[in-house]
Ligand binder design. Structure first.
Ligand code: UD1
Length: 367
């Protein structure tokens, strides 16, 4: 069986890595990895391939940046001939970025079977481009792999037949479980307590007043904690453009997977607008304040350590003062976030391991 995996942007490299690994142990499966080139800087892409042990892509579509329509259309134009050439039995797409929806549309039109890893998540906020990508991809997919129960419920509400929905758990946590020991051993972190910050959503960084208010609040935090801020290229550009640079915050270039994990693990608090970081902090038991009004990952709030503070600096300050006073939200790890989600996907896609697969697994384990 031939499977094409499509990824293109930073948050999905840690999702494809464990699925590639799990399926590489199936002798019946041939895998082709397509990188759309949505993220192309070395520190937004190459470093993740190296640390996560992802083989070099078989195909790079090299689309680069652009408006949503231009980027999505470019990916579709360049991906269609790849599908026609390789004639896969299944295409797997990940997450909710433009690369995901573009590849899904191509497959649907060519009647190629499509699997969506991280299906069913909903913020119910169509101002987020990712929500549009989620809705469309899930309508088109034949196999929907969900990380949590809310995903199954959302999909059924939208009319997706139960027979297409497979709750497998969280593949991003598979990568975390595998690489956390290495991150703990390798990564360096400050001696004194620190807050770790990431921001890249257009709603937080593209408006000068919103960004100014958030940075002012972070400067307040810096009186108590060092504020470490690995900065997405978009955010870096906005800070320069709006003249908001400050030496009170430690701005860094985007970090590698292992360096970021090492910092996350020991942070006093993580302040973010990312999706995946809400999940990682929940798994790690680290308090997370999310600068959004909603989340497509509600289990991180109901079960985990995540608190939504919206774009309200007063609320952010209030929650920070509680954390600084030692009042941390505690949580539990959601079911099936156990490091084995990708094995479940491999079983569903390629069937149970055969005798020769078992030999290969034993060989891999013994190395
Ligand atoms: C994309 C995803 C978002 C995800 C995020 C993680 C969509 C709609 N959004 O947002 O869901 O959380 O990735 O980072 O797909 N840029 C560089 N170098 C790069 C990549 C981007 O400088 O390697 C700059 C470009 O100026 C580009 C901008 O960042 O225009 C935004 O990149 P883009 O891929 O359009 O969206 P992200 O904001 O990264």
């Amino acid at each position: 069986m031939k499977i094409i995996h499509v990824v293109g942007a930073r948050p999905n490299f840690m999702k494809v890595a464990p699925v590639l690994r799990a399926l590489s142990r199936r002798t019946s499966v041939e895998q082709i990895l397509v990188h759309t080139g949505q993220h192309y800087d070395a520190n937004m892409s190459d470093v993740f391939f190296a640390q996560l042990g992802i083989p070099a892509p078989d195909v790079n579509l090299e689309v680069g940046s652009g408006s949503h329509a231009a980027q999505t259309a470019d990916i579709m134009r360049r991906f269609e001939p790849v599908v026609l050439e390789h004639k896969p039995d299944l295409v797997l797409v990940y997450g909710d970025v433009n690369s995901t929806v573009a590849a899904a549309l191509v497959c649907a039109k060519l009647l190629v079977r499509l699997g969506h890893v991280e299906a069913g998540l909903r913020s119910f906020d169509r101002n987020m481009p990712e929500e549009i990508n989620r809705l469309v991809t899930d309508q088109l997919a034949d196999m929907l792999f969900t990380p949590s129960e809310d995903g199954d419920i959302n999909l059924q509400r939208e009319g997706v037949p139960l027979s297409r929905i497979y709750r497998v758990g969280n593949v991003m946590i598979d990568s975390l479980v595998r690489l956390l020991p290495q991150a703990a051993a390798d990564g360096s972190r400050p001696e004194k307590p620190y807050a770790l910050v990431t921001l890249h959503r257009p709603s937080n960084v593209d408006d000068s007043e919103t960004l100014r208010a958030i940075l002012a609040c972070l400067v307040g935090v810096s009186e108590k904690f060092e504020v470490i801020f690995p900065t997405h290229p978009r955010t870096r550009r906005r800070i320069a453009e709006f003249g908001l640079d400050t030496d009170k915050l430690t701005f860094l270039d985007p970090l590698s997977y292992l360096d970021f994990l090492a910092l996350q693990r020991e942070a006093a608090v993580v302040i973010t607008d990312s999706g995946g970081i809400q999940e990682e902090t929940t798994f790690l038991g680290v308090p997370c304040l999310t600068l959004r009004n909603n989340t497509e990952r509600p289990v991180t709030v109901s079960m985990g350590t995540n608190i939504l503070v919206g774009q309200d600096p007063g609320r952010l300050r209030h929650e920070l003062s509680k954390i600084m006073a030692g009042e941390r939200k505690t949580g539990t790890i959601p079911p099936l976030w156990d490091g084995l989600a990708s094995e479940r996907i491999a079983g569903l896609v390629a069937g149970p391991p055969t005798v020769s697969d078992r030999d290969k697994i034993l060989h891999d384990v013994s190395r």
